[in-house]
Design a protein around this ligand. Structure first.
Ligand SMILES: [Zn+2]
Length: 361
């Protein structure tokens, strides 16, 4: 359908201002947001609470091959090259990997996500497996951040260039996992080509934060144990609090210091490893609001416009505004779960579930 209208209670613009009215869509783009005091359901393709689709700014889709991990240390679970995760990735066929990632992408779309950024292990083969998984799946788009194989102590020049040819940038495990001259070299190479550089930092402790900041990355993942001074570097941060809880690095709700981060920089949200958490961003938002921030508007902004800004896509997604893509979720505020809501944003963040979605566009 090329032209359609959705309507009801619309969370409009970056500030998620609540307006009653319609969103007019033509060829996949928002062409008008019309305020009306009443909305007729018969005029709409779908009627309910209209919010921007969710963006998941940090995933590891390759982990879709293993689930229900034991409660264990971060290093045993995910640190390259010998963790449970990397052993599983080393043993899986490309076909099985692509199939598992395809199932996860389908799950992300059905739980309200239209765009995600994935740290893709496995060099060019890993990137190609994700492209195979995504092939013809139009409901969710992926920013692929690749990494070279075995770049801890040496690099293969051609491999870096091949990865940068086929991915939107680099997604690196952390500076402690690399020889410092090698990580400097590969990040500089990506930056010279205008590609993303994103790095895990401060997840287990602060020992890799200063070295990550020195690389001047586009954004950092976690910063669970970053100091005030390190946060004030103003480099954008993606936090993944459910992951931190699962790996035991964020067992205090002061880590990551999300409120403090928001005073200094842009902070976004991701679900991290599929083997640790589902890709359900509603679950991530509920957890952040109740355990960390207690500010529902800011939490919804983290999962939408903040993530769009960090991923440099805010010109086209992340908020409901004329000229942007019509990446919309229409939520049923008359569902058994949401009926009687007195604060739409709080209900969306703290209790809405994927089964409250009437439709996504
Ligand atoms: Zn991660």
């Amino acid at each position: 359908m090329d032209e359609y209208v959705v309507g009801g209670k619309v969370l409009h613009g970056h500030d998620l201002e609540l307006v009653t009215g319609y969103v007019h869509v033509e060829r996949g783009m928002i062409v008008e947001v019309e305020e009306r005091s009443t909305v007729k359901p018969e005029d709409c393709r779908a009627c309910g609470v209209v919010i921007p689709s969710l963006i998941n700014a940090h995933t590891h889709l390759g982990d879709s091959i293993i689930k229900d991990m034991p409660f264990d240390t971060l290093d045993k679970l995910v640190r390259p090259p010998d963790s449970i995760k990397h052993q599983a990735l080393g043993a899986v066929s490309t076909e099985a990997l692509a199939q598992a990632m395809r199932r996860s992408l389908t799950d992300a779309a059905s739980t309200g996500t239209s765009l995600l950024a994935d740290f893709r292990e496995g060099g060019i083969e890993g990137i190609n497996a994700l492209k195979t998984a995504q092939n013809s799946l139009k409901t969710v788009r992926v920013i692929i951040l690749g990494r070279p194989n075995d770049a801890r102590d040496y690099i293969v020049e051609d491999e870096i260039d091949t990865i940068l040819d086929h991915a939107q940038g680099l997604g690196l495990s952390g500076t402690n996992d690399f020889n410092s001259s090698i990580i400097s070299y590969i990040t500089k190479r990506a930056q010279e080509r205008g590609k993303f550089v994103a790095i895990h930092a401060g997840e287990k402790d602060a020992s890799d934060v200063d070295s990550a900041l020195a690389l001047d990355p586009d954004y950092l993942i976690h910063m669970t144990h970053a100091s005030k001074h390190q946060i004030e570097s103003r480099i954008p941060i993606i936090v993944c609090p459910r992951s931190n809880l699962m790996t035991g690095v964020g067992s205090s709700f002061r880590h990551p210091p999300i409120a403090q981060m928001l005073e200094s920089t842009i902070v976004g949200l991701g679900t991290d490893n599929v083997m640790l958490n589902s890709l359900n961003m509603f679950a991530e938002m509920e957890f952040v609001s109740k355990a960390y921030l207690r500010d529902d508007r800011k939490v919804l902004q983290m999962a939408t416009i903040n993530n769009a800004k960090i991923l440099q896509r805010d010109h086209e997604v992340g908020s409901i505004e004329m000229g942007k893509r019509a990446d919309l979720l229409i939520i049923d505020d008359r569902s058994n779960n949401l009926c009687g809501t007195r604060n739409i944003i709080s209900s969306v963040v703290r209790r809405a579930r994927p089964d409250d979605i009437i439709c996504s566009t």
